[in-house]
Ligand binder design. Structure first.
Ligand code: FES
Ligand code: CO
Length: 340
């Protein structure tokens, strides 16, 4: 499936840029092949329009923010958050024609990110109950570009068959590659709910809760997949109070790249586990995933007869099923890369 060639994918919300990166300057971002510029308006709200001035096609992201508008660097026209031109310095006393405008899109701030939807929203921005719970702290873990399809990245987090090989040193060992079966896997309105139990190596940021003598942790994982490229994952260690909720998005940049956005909510404190240590440990694990995923063909077939599947692939199979059904229900045919 080529993400940029399936219009229905434009109707979902994606986290695009951390709000703090927009402080004082505009930023460009390509979402589903659409070049965008984002900035903060006079009220501090994120705005997004196509990153191309309607006058001479200059990238607006090369300009600056003036009075909450984005100012083109070439002739200084200014555009507001609706994409309307509001200042033409060369003709200050003339009314500005209506066609002096650039396309704008829906944009909202949530959880420290600017979220963008390029079309009529099919859903709302993901609701995260832990974000409203004062016993949880928020940790921004990753914001980085991965050169793989979003579907491969999201499937990977739900794929318990790879831990023993890809994460042989960090999470599991090659000698015991048989995972416990999926306890629960059921469809939901927005994707699926998936519950499982894993046995993993102890790791530094969980260590305090386990006790240093214990080598293996029993982890209960509860995953909500939010179509098409989002995951809400709750992890608890058996018998312990620590709960870690991770939000992972593979925001689609184009067909071969995605922006890996990951943030955590944890019910412990900085004194118990330093955020920097947690990020370092996660970074080690995700670098192992990334090294594999960036070698794989980005054009993921939704047709189950193309790739071969095994029992631990059930979540990935359901993703393909639901995405194929999504395309069909919107009258779309899966688009694939054509051979050169
Ligand atoms: Fe943008 Fe002329 S190209 S104002
Ligand atoms: Co992995």
């Amino acid at each position: 499936m080529l993400a940029t060639a399936q219009p229905v994918l434009r109707r979902f919300w994606y986290p695009v840029i951390p709000i703090e990166l927009l402080q004082g300057r505009p930023q460009s971002f390509t979402l589903l092949g659409e070049p965008l510029v984002l900035w903060l308006d006079a009220d501090g709200k994120p705005s997004v329009v196509r990153d191309r001035c309607c006058h001479r096609y200059t990238p607006l992201s090369q300009g600056i923010v003036v009075d909450g508008n984005i100012r083109c660097p070439y002739h200084g026209w200014q555009f507001n958050s609706k994409g309307c031109c509001v200042v033409v310095p060369q003709a200050p006393d003339s009314p500005i024609p209506e066609n002096y405008r650039v396309q704008s899109f829906q944009c909202q701030e949530r959880y420290g990110y600017a979220w963008v939807c390029l079309g009529d929203g099919l859903d709302e921005i993901l609701n995260i109950p832990e974000a409203k719970d004062p016993s949880y702290r928020l940790i921004h873990a990753f914001y980085e570009t991965w050169h793989c399809s979003g579907l491969r990245l999201i499937e990977n987090v739900c794929d318990h068959g790879h831990f023993h090989f890809v994460h042989n040193q960090t999470l599991a060992d090659r000698e015991n590659p048989v995972s416990s079966p999926h306890n629960v896997l059921e469809k939901t309105e927005r994707g699926f709910y998936f519950e499982s139990i894993l046995f993993m190596h102890n790791n530094p940021h969980m260590e305090k809760n386990v006790g240093s003598s214990q080598k293996t942790m029993k982890i209960i994982r509860k995953i909500n997949w939010c179509m098409p490229f989002g995951l809400h994952l709750q992890e608890m260690m058996d018998g312990k109070e620590l709960v870690q909720v991770s939000i992972t998005y593979a925001t689609p940049i184009n067909d071969s790249s995605c922006q890996m956005v990951r943030f955590l909510f944890r019910n412990d404190t900085e004194a118990e586990a330093k955020a920097a240590d947690i990020i370092t440990h996660e970074g080690l694990i995700f670098s192992e995933d990334r090294a594999i995923l960036e070698t794989i063909d980005y054009d993921v077939p939704l047709d189950l007869n193309e790739e071969i599947h095994m029992a631990t692939d059930k979540p990935g199979i359901l993703m393909r099923h639901k995405l194929a059904a999504l395309l069909a229900s919107h009258g779309e045919i899966e688009q694939r890369r054509t051979a050169a």
